[in-house]
Ligand binder design. Structure first.
Ligand code: HEC
Ligand code: HEC
Ligand code: HEC
Ligand code: HEC
Ligand code: HEC
Ligand code: HEC
Length: 395
């Protein structure tokens, strides 16, 4: 099975005229079938997944661009729209946008990075609720900083160790854009042929912790110094520790390279209430309320795993993420789980989302995601959360 023999090669560094040695692996055999391949036998799951945000994360511009974005690209006088690429500083126009990222809370815009052949972000993002432009300065290629959480079957194929202090990701691959079926069920090419349950990851019968870790692989905020972006900055995601490998549901990623990744609240030595720097600065609210609760609500978004593992729901083995959310898809046996209705099946009517899940994790100006600490002493008023459905610019 271990096909991807690690070889030394002169990788992307050639481009820069360096004689650096890089770790490289062969592109894998076709293990991933792609979500479209699941459709013919799992039509119910497919349809409901297609309607979920997991399938809408990264889309071709014409499929996913918001109506407000097109209307306000250049005309909104008070806060002008995007004009240039963050990495190269080159000017770009609306016509140059290849992909859009996000839609529920905010949208960001991908254009070519001709230095790397990858994709870089433009300098402004769109706030879906306020309808205003905001500055966005991330100076990394999209695929080498965000890829693991926004694609399926992500892997690093070449790592250039001689670049800068810690090297950089020189080549990567993924099976499809977006959080496809196989992000949660594992590579499915074998299952498509065999139709056997043995060849696919499913949730029933797995421990709550194991189920929760599948979701937690992306719903976390960490900093990873083992792997750097194409620009040589620490990655914010967790590609498999071995070049050429990919994450599989069931893997315990919390144990991956403890010396290199800072995982607040996840690795025992990275205390949840410690002071962190960079992207991790101020990731949790640390006030008297937190001390009283003995639980730290997120101050930034995509930290649901780190919040949730502090809760009694998790610690006492009561619920996994998917017990409330399902896979965000319906199945032949049951409709999609409505998380908002879950509380009533175990608690009285005083247990409301408004009270126990205030918006604390800021995702864009004055817009927050709901906390998942489920603490009995929760009294935060919470900030505004996303409402309604995004309006796309469909023709
Ligand atoms: C040719 C038909 C076919 C295709 C294509 C197919 N499946 Fe299946 N799948 C089945 C059958 C039949 C079962 C039931 C197997 C059993 O009960 O032993 C199943 C079972 C499953 C299960 C386990 C369900 C349970 O009962 O817990 C999952 C998860 C799953 N498939 C996911 C996928 C994914 C993801 C894809 C696409 C990569 C896919 N399937 C493609 C036929 C298919
Ligand atoms: C491969 C990474 C990845 C995995 C694995 C993953 N998610 Fe997500 N999830 C995302 C991303 C990215 C978004 C944002 C999608 C968007 O807004 O377009 C998201 C959005 C969500 C949302 C908000 C969407 C909405 O409808 O409001 C929920 C809820 C969610 N995920 C739950 C889960 C659960 C439960 C699991 C595990 C069964 C899981 N996720 C596994 C990446 C992932
Ligand atoms: C560790 C995984 C992870 C990494 C790394 C990551 N994200 Fe996300 N991102 C998520 C998850 C999960 C969500 C949805 C849940 C939330 O926002 O709380 C999300 C939400 C988003 C949204 C809002 C989606 C919407 O529908 O409004 C955008 C835009 C986004 N991410 C862009 C990026 C960009 C750009 C990068 C890289 C600089 C990045 N993300 C890196 C996991 C990640
Ligand atoms: C975000 C993670 C995620 C994604 C993406 C996802 N699933 Fe699931 N899937 C789950 C979870 C979690 C369950 C278990 C549901 C539950 O516990 O109610 C599940 C259950 C299933 C089942 C078993 C249904 C049953 O009756 O038990 C099948 C089949 C399945 N998914 C197929 C798919 C297919 C096909 C896709 C893509 C079109 C897909 N899933 C996308 C997480 C996911
Ligand atoms: C499957 C049943 C179940 C569901 C569904 C459920 N809970 Fe709970 N919840 C429990 C149990 C059991 C406890 C007690 C945990 C303990 O003390 O061991 C609990 C405890 C709590 C607590 C108190 C925790 C503490 O710090 O003492 C809060 C708050 C809470 N739940 C909120 C919610 C909310 C909000 C929802 C819906 C989004 C929800 N629960 C859904 C079973 C459930
Ligand atoms: C006790 C039930 C429960 C559990 C367990 C749970 N969630 Fe949620 N989650 C909810 C509810 C309720 C909402 C709000 C839904 C709504 O507003 O319609 C929500 C919302 C979300 C959102 C969107 C944020 C927002 O502001 O709407 C994401 C992302 C999410 N959950 C991910 C997760 C992940 C990942 C896990 C596991 C680490 C998890 N959830 C565990 C009940 C739960």
């Amino acid at each position: 099975m271990k096909k991807h023999v690690v070889v030394t090669a002169v990788a992307g560094a050639l481009m820069l005229g360096l004689t650096a040695v890089a770790w490289a692996a062969k592109a894998p055999k076709k293990e991933y079938a792609g979500s479209e391949a699941c459709k013919k036998c799992h039509a119910t799951e497919f349809k409901s997944w297609k309607e979920s945000y997991h399938s809408k994360m990264v889309r071709k511009k014409d499929d996913g661009i918001l109506k407000g974005v097109v209307e306000k690209w250049a005309t909104d006088g008070a806060t002008p729209g995007p004009t240039k690429g963050n990495v190269t500083g080159k000017e770009f126009k609306l016509d140059d946008v290849e992909y859009v990222v996000g839609s529920k809370w905010k949208q960001r815009f991908l254009v070519k990075n001709d230095q790397t052949g990858g994709l870089q972000f433009m300098d402004k993002q769109f706030n879906r609720m306020s309808g205003l432009w905001e500055g966005y300065g991330n100076k990394n290629d999209w695929n080498t900083n965000c890829g693991t959480c926004h694609t399926t079957g992500y892997r690093i194929l070449e790592y250039d160790e001689k670049f800068g202090k810690h090297g950089r990701t020189a080549k990567d691959s993924y099976s499809e854009m977006n959080v496809g079926c196989e992000a949660c069920h594992g590579a499915g090419a074998k299952h498509v042929k065999s139709k056997s349950k043995k060849d696919i990851f499913f949730f029933a019968g797995k421990s709550k912790a194991e189920q929760t870790k599948v979701c937690g692989y992306c719903h976390n905020r960490i900093e990873n110094e083992k792997f750097m972006t194409a620009q040589g900055n620490p990655r914010e995601d967790l590609p498999a520790p071995k070049v050429g490998d990919t994450f599989k549901p069931g893997d315990d990623w919390t144990k991956w390279y403890p010396e290199h990744a800072v995982m607040p609240g996840i690795q025992p030595e990275d205390k949840i209430d410690a002071d962190y720097t960079g992207d991790l600065k101020g990731l949790f609210i640390k006030d008297d309320k937190s001390k009283e609760m003995g639980a730290y609500d997120a101050a930034k978004h995509h930290q649901q795993y780190q919040e949730y593992i502090q809760s009694k729901h998790y610690k006492n083995d009561i619920l996994s993420c998917s017990d409330c959310h399902g896979g965000l898809h319906a199945s032949k046996k049951a409709p999609a789980k409505d998380a908002a209705k879950s509380c009533a099946s175990c608690h009285d009517a005083s247990y409301t989302i408004e009270k126990y899940m205030p918006g604390t994790g800021q995702t864009v100006k004055n817009l927050f995601v709901k906390t998942h600490t489920f603490n009995k002493n929760q009294t935060r008023p919470g900030g505004p959360t996303a409402k309604g459905e995004p309006e796309y610019n469909k023709k």
